[in-house]
Design a protein around this ligand. Structure first.
Ligand code: MG
Length: 298
């Protein structure tokens, strides 16, 4: 199933996408019919139910006629517009990307022996068709990074690599927009990764039942129709079982946590001369079996 957050008739809602991705059913209506407590948003839904209701909801959709709201009548939001904690991120988790950033100052281009973790503020995270606003007085080197995002579905600590699937709710697409000049000036990446409107997520969270481990999905990013990044998530240096297990050693992961797994080669900083984002650009972040997340640069 594909879960999404959206606005319809002026109200924030969350729901399930239909099979041909043309309409959405308000999940609160289904939960009401099934006599379940109704969470206020998709984050709270994941925290309370995780994937436990998936089968029952699917059955209820098949057996009942629910109002289907056409996608053109809704505004899609980031699936989790206000993450409860910073987004967890991995740096340099594709070998080709680790090598391409060697021209940036203060960035070591060697292949990491251990995952490089950092976090970014994404409150709010922007969603499908939303604008990325460049603070031009502050940065001239804004860059794109398409990434597979993991949504955690169950609290866990010291998770074994063999059991990580149990702790995953699903997957979405992320774009870890990065101000390279700020990122490299401060050496620590936090500020350059945390400017307003620089975390794009969506359009949907695909439940883990639709994407089995090992996750091997084509991942691409187009700028104004030109393919800049093209790889497959099988090329992750540290794969999903490794990341979740390693991150959870001594650190409790919680439902609704978001992990951005890193970006492949082809970011703007990797070109000579660099191809940074500019106002008017259209960014398409595409992952097989999930969809396409579109954003515009202002
Ligand atoms: Mg990144």
């Amino acid at each position: 199933m594909k879960f999404l957050s959206f606005i319809y008739e002026g109200k924030n809602r969350y729901g399930i996408l239909n099979n041909d991705s043309t309409s959405v059913i308000d999940l609160k209506i289904i939960l009401n019919k099934l006599n379940y407590k109704i969470p206020k948003d998709l984050l709270e839904y994941i925290q309370i139910y995780s994937n436990n209701l998936d089968k029952e909801i699917k059955k209820s959709i098949n057996q009942n006629t629910y109002e289907e709201i056409p996608l053109e009548n809704i505004k899609i939001l980031a699936p989790i517009p206000h993450p409860r904690r910073n987004v967890f991120c991995l740096g340099k988790n594709y070998a080709d990307h680790a090598k391409e950033v060697d021209s940036l100052p203060n960035i070591d281009s060697s292949i990491p022996k251990h995952p490089i973790y950092f976090t970014k503020i994404a409150d709010p995270a922007i969603g499908h068709m939303d604008n990325i606003i460049i603070p031009t007085e502050y940065t001239e080197n804004l860059d794109y990074e398409v990434e597979l995002a993991i949504i955690i579905g169950k609290e866990g600590k010291n998770i074994s690599p063999d059991n990580v699937e149990e702790y995953i709710f699903g997957y979405t697409i992320g774009n870890d927009i990065s101000a390279r000049d700020i990122q490299t000036k401060h050496i620590q990446w936090f500020k350059g990764k945390s400017l307003d409107t620089t975390t794009a997520l969506g359009p949907y969270i695909v439940s883990k039942s639709k994407i089995k481990l090992p996750v091997e999905l084509d991942i691409r990013c187009k700028i104004n129709g030109e393919i800049r990044q093209s790889s497959n998530t099988r090329n992750l240096i540290f794969n999903i079982p490794y990341i979740i297990s390693d991150l959870s050693q001594g650190l409790t992961l919680k439902p609704g946590d978001i992990i951005l797994t890193g970006t492949p080669a082809g970011v703007g900083a990797g070109f000579k001369p660099p191809k940074y984002l500019k106002p008017g650009d259209k960014i398409e972040s595409i992952i097989e079996d999930i969809g396409t997340l579109i954003n515009f640069v202002k």
